[in-house]
Design a protein around this ligand. Structure first.
Ligand code: ATP
Ligand code: MG
Length: 194
């Protein structure tokens, strides 16, 4: 089972989402759980170096060849953190995706980059957006949720803006974050092939 976390736009929450999804997968009993870091910036790899998560194996795979190899035959659940710019690596990861999680933000000009990302997802591959660092109760958030519903794109999660999540590896994984990402994981796995 391969879950690819992708958005061609930078700084939206891909790495944070990948790390939390991997932790949520361990909590749900998946084994092995592999966090595949396909981004040369190696943010996921650095996160796990500073703050390892028991039950999560890290594989650095910042090329088309290595990411394809990392996603074949691990026998468990892989979560792939992808780079913002490199469409070829993103494409290589998406080719192996059983589900695609698209982190995004409310407000601003988010939609075109998500649309470009969605165009790269194969027809029939389950996908949903996760609104990261959301400010609950704001007009921006309501408008974003309404927009995705109009576009017929599922919203798999709304993750509130939290200092505990923003501190990354410098603090422990935030309980509320793991719980929300557990529901995202459940939605991503719902249509999984048996
Ligand atoms: N729920 C949240 N609450 C607060 N801050 C958040 C939340 N989710 C993500 N962030 C912050 O948003 C910033 C961008 O997140 P992240 O690094 O995960 O994005 P990214 O898409 O992987 O970026 P890049 O494109 O550079 O790889 C980080 O500072 C992160 O801590
Ligand atoms: Mg990142």
């Amino acid at each position: 089972m391969n879950i690819v976390v992708s958005n061609l736009k930078g700084g939206v929450g891909k790495t944070t989402t990948s790390v939390y999804l991997a932790a949520a997968a361990v909590a749900r009993g998946w084994e092995p759980v592999v966090l595949v870091d396909a981004d040369r910036q190696a943010s996921s790899a650095e996160w796990l170096e500073v703050a390892p998560i028991e039950g999560v194996d890290l594989v650095e795979a910042p090329s088309e060849r290595t990411v394809a190899r990392a996603l074949a035959g691990h026998g468990g659940l892989a979560v792939v953190d992808t780079p913002p710019g490199d469409e070829r690596i993103v494409r290589a990861a998406l080719e192996k995706a059983d589900a695609v999680v698209i982190p995004t933000r409310a407000g601003g000009v988010e939609y075109s980059r998500v649309a470009a990302t969605l165009e790269m997802v194969a027809a029939g591959t389950p996908h949903g957006v996760v609104v990261c660092a959301a400010r609950l109760g704001t007009k921006d958030l309501d408008e974003a949720v309404a927009w995705w519903s109009e576009q017929k794109v599922a919203v798999w999660g709304i993750v509130p803006e939290r200092v505990g999540i923003a501190s990354g590896p410098e603090s422990r994984l935030y309980r509320e974050g793991i719980d929300i990402y557990a529901t995202v994981l459940k939605k991503a796995l719902r249509k999984r092939p048996t």
